[in-house]
Design a protein around this ligand. Structure first.
Ligand code: PPS
Length: 570
């Protein structure tokens, strides 16, 4: 296939239309169908509209898609490693046709762009996974996202942009390719190293960037991809505040910090090449990345094989083609006797080095242990500590599950009183009956309705946990998948404790406080858990409590002891 001279770094795609065209499209859009974009799709659209994905003129059509998937090139032969596609549901696909215009909207319904459809086609996910990730193993994050989140059809076509997606956070650090280029011009910066990372920077990485820019006599653009992290999440702010703090620790006039609105697709080398293209479009001539190295480790899906190895080996020639030089990442370690950082390969045999692994850093932050200044700047550590609350300050969800009449509500109520007595964190009880009355009054007991009910409880508990409170939940929650969904959601914000109240069915039936078992057995209630509806046993709950041989106080004591022994209450 013919290869074109690299157009990257030249003129940018101009997809944002004039104000007259914008007004006309807005008016016409009343009669268009809409596609409400997910956050990752909004990231792709932003990079199309701001020129970061130049020279693309829209979401790829079917021919472009296959060409990129198979050859890493657009139809005209230009290097392009990753499909930029818009996935839609089967229902939506059936309602749209070629040449039709669709309104692309953000999650609040704000009109961002209009796409004129060229193609709609079903996604061959297996083929795409093999080509993009070299595996169909769902333990690979990219594969999982493709199989589980990507909808089954793609729609492609040229895009006319009305406005860039709106961000209310860190506006001053969201420079477009054009804005960055003009800033570089103003400052007289001619050689710029773009540095890509997903994690906060410590002194070792700072030293690495300083040496890199020195080696090519360039300035530094700290340019982390922040696509998918949500502004409402604490970690996102911590990460950005850490960048702001470390930016202050560079020599004057040497570096600049800006955010890249790119949502990772976890596509290893292909993604790294795309990073190179984007940075060229943002006006940089050198590229250095900490994420590329990590993603290609693929510890979650085994080592690279076949075509992926070949691609990895030819990565440098692709960077030549883009016209951006990829600088090597050299791991730095602190050499005690010299009190300075050296690259690992420059350390003498007898020299004592020091380093703190990510796991150790995590432990020190969680347990409030000191972090030495040789490892990280005090102001960066202070920012990090804000999102690492010690265990006794973290939010907690205590999630009881078990049959009706097992004793969940009784124990939950005693636990509520005991925790309130301690006057530590705010405590909220989300009991099955209370939730059914206030949150889920329209729901019945079908599997679908139980799932909605239990997920609602999980959502409220996650909000309470996120804000440092204790949520006590006590539904039956008979299905494992739904309980695991809640566990994953809540664990992002704090501690999740599943308590299986394992009181045997016979005891529950005998108690029959509400007379429901008798009715269920007489066939007067259908689909009653334990009688003619399933209860899936928890596989590894943090605690299992059989209330038949315990008083409510004794059962509660088990939970309090667990929390105390694990450092969650003092
Ligand atoms: S679920 O499955 O988690 O959504 O159930 P939950 O919200 O906890 O509601 C359980 C309470 O509703 C009463 N009830 C039933 N339970 C089970 N199956 C059927 N068909 C049913 N119909 C009504 C029952 O009293 C449960 O209360 P508890 O407090 O668990 O005894």
């Amino acid at each position: 296939m013919k290869q074109l001279i690299s157009p990257y770094g030249g003129s940018l795609s101009a997809l944002l239309v004039s104000s007259e065209r914008s007004a006309a499209l807005k008016k016409d859009s009343m009669s268009f169908q809409s596609i409400d974009l997910r956050p990752s799709q909004i990231c792709d659209l932003e990079l199309l509209l701001n020129g970061g994905f130049s020279p693309l003129a829209g979401f790829m059509n079917e021919d472009e898609y296959h060409s990129v998937l198979d050859q890493l090139r657009l139809k005209n032969g230009l290097l392009w490693p990753l499909p930029i596609t818009l996935d839609i549901s089967e229902e939506k696909a059936a309602s749209l046709s070629r040449d039709q215009k669709v309104a692309l909207r953000d999650q609040e319904g704000c009109l961002l762009a209009v796409m004129t459809i060229e193609d709609i086609w079903p996604v061959d996910k297996k083929k795409a996974a093999e080509k993009l990730f070299g595996t169909t193993n769902e333990s690979h994050r990219g594969v999982r996202s493709l199989f589980q989140k990507t909808q089954n059809y793609y729609a492609g076509g040229k895009v006319e942009g009305l406005q860039l997606p709106v961000h209310y956070d860190y506006k001053m650090f969201r420079l477009t390719p054009a804005a960055l280029r003009s800033k570089f011009n103003q400052l007289g910066w001619r050689r710029i190293v773009a540095f890509q990372t997903n994690a906060p920077l410590h002194r070792a990485e700072q030293e690495m960037t300083l040496r890199a820019i020195k080696s090519v006599d360039a300035n530094l653009l700290l340019h982390p991809a922040v696509g998918l992290t949500k502004p409402a999440e604490k970690d996102y702010h911590t990460r950005i505040r850490c960048y702001i703090e470390i930016a202050k620790k560079y020599p004057p006039n040497i570096m600049m910090f800006s955010l890249l609105p790119f949502a990772s697709k976890n596509a290893g080398t292909r993604e790294e090449i795309l990073h190179g293209i984007m940075r060229r479009n943002y006006g940089c001539g050198y590229f250095m990345s900490l994420t590329g190295e990590r993603e290609t480790d693929r510890t979650d899906a085994g080592p690279l094989q076949g075509a992926a190895v070949v691609l990895r080996e030819s990565c440098a020639s692709y960077f030549d083609e883009i016209g951006i030089e990829k600088l090597p990442v050299k791991k730095m370690v602190f050499v005690e006797e010299k009190a300075q950082y050296l690259s690992v390969d420059a350390v003498g045999k007898d020299q004592k080095t020091r380093d703190i692994s990510p796991e150790e850093l995590n432990r020190r932050l969680t347990e409030g242990i000191q972090i030495p200044e040789w490892f990280s700047h005090v102001s960066v550590v202070e920012e990090l500590r804000k999102s690492y609350l010690s265990k006794d300050k973290q939010g907690i969800t205590i999630f009881f599950t078990g049959l009706s009449g097992a004793g969940k509500s009784t124990i939950a109520n005693v636990l509520l009183v005991k925790l309130l007595e301690m006057r530590g964190r705010p405590v909220t009880l989300l009991d099955g009956d209370i939730v059914r009355k206030h949150l889920s009054s329209e729901l019945g007991f079908s599997k679908a309705h139980r799932d909605i009910n239990v997920k609602r409880i999980g959502f409220v508990a996650s909000e309470i946990t996120k804000n440092g409170g204790i949520a006590i939940c006590a539904p039956i929650a008979p299905y494992k998948v739904t309980r695991d969904y809640n566990r994953a959601l809540i664990s992002r914000y704090g501690k999740y404790v599943e308590v299986h109240v394992s009181t045997p069915l016979a005891v529950c039936e005998q108690r029959d406080r509400k007379g429901l078992y008798a009715k269920a057995k007489a066939g007067l209630i259908k689909g009653f858990t334990g009688i003619d509806d399933p209860y899936e046993l928890p596989e590894s709950p943090e605690l299992t409590i059989d209330s038949s041989g315990l008083t409510p106080e004794e059962a509660t004591q088990e939970i309090l002891l667990y929390l105390e022994n694990n450092g969650y209450i003092k």
